[in-house]
Write a protein that binds this ligand. Structure first.
Ligand code: PGA
Length: 213
């Protein structure tokens, strides 16, 4: 699974329902030494059962050999500066060897919502209504309005990308992202320009791909 030739590869990690089974599978086999960076975080409280920090406590900590995940701190006074700090820490680590991604119903990667440009780096963003609705499954009425995210710039310059998508509800966006026009309307469409992209989809999520018919 690990790309690159570095001794301690740097891996960017998604949260959400989609990668859960992958983390569960890894908990049975363990991991070699690597450095892990979260790709995003909600602009809400630092300690909250629905944020990404808590997700990694539940899904990553259980994996034998898994170390700390570098996280955005959403509670600092200056969250823009926090995004710069995080991007700086990733750059100092040599950038991403591998990034594991899910895809949002609106085509987002991390919290790079529609309109995001491929040159944009880590930053504070406003979450779109579809993202907030998905978040409301856990956060209820308190879904954060903002997110801290790696930009498409850091994500797309990863030396390898693994995109995961499962379930019928993702079929349309998967087809649009992988076989539609490339542009900011669907940020994940920029994955078409990534030379080392691996896509893992179940049959339901692949159903509308021309390539699968
Ligand atoms: P999900 O989220 O895996 O929970 O569907 C994906 C995403 O929003 O990136």
């Amino acid at each position: 699974m690990l790309a690159g030739e570095r001794e301690n590869p740097v891996v960017g990690l998604a949260t959400g329902d989609t990668p859960g089974p992958m983390y569960a599978a890894l908990s049975r086999v363990g991991l070699p030494a690597l450095r892990a960076f979260a790709i995003d975080e909600y602009g809400g409280p630092r300690v909250h059962p629905c944020n990404n920090r808590a997700y990694f406590e539940r899904h990553w900590r259980l994996i034998p050999g898994a170390g700390d995940v570098e996280q955005f701190d959403p509670e600092v006074a200056d969250r823009r500066a926090e995004c710069e700090r995080f991007a700086g820490a990733l750059a100092a680590a040599g950038g991403l060897d591998l990034v594991v991604l899910g895809i949002g119903m609106n085509g987002h990667l991390g919290f790079n919502e529609p309109g995001s440009k491929p040159h944009e780096g880590a930053r504070l963003v406003s979450l779109h209504e579809t993202t907030r609705q998905a978040a409301a499954r856990c956060w209820g009425d308190h879904a954060p309005r903002t997110g801290l995210t790696l930009g498409l710039s850091e994500i797309l310059s990863a030396r390898a990308v693994l995109l995961l998508a499962t379930g019928e509800r993702k079929a349309a966006v998967v087809a649009r992202a992988l076989e539609g026009e490339v542009g900011p309307e669907v940020p994940a469409s920029h994955l078409q320009e990534q030379p080392r992209l691996t896509v893992v989809v179940d049959e339901a999520a692949a159903a509308l791909l021309r390539a699968a018919r």
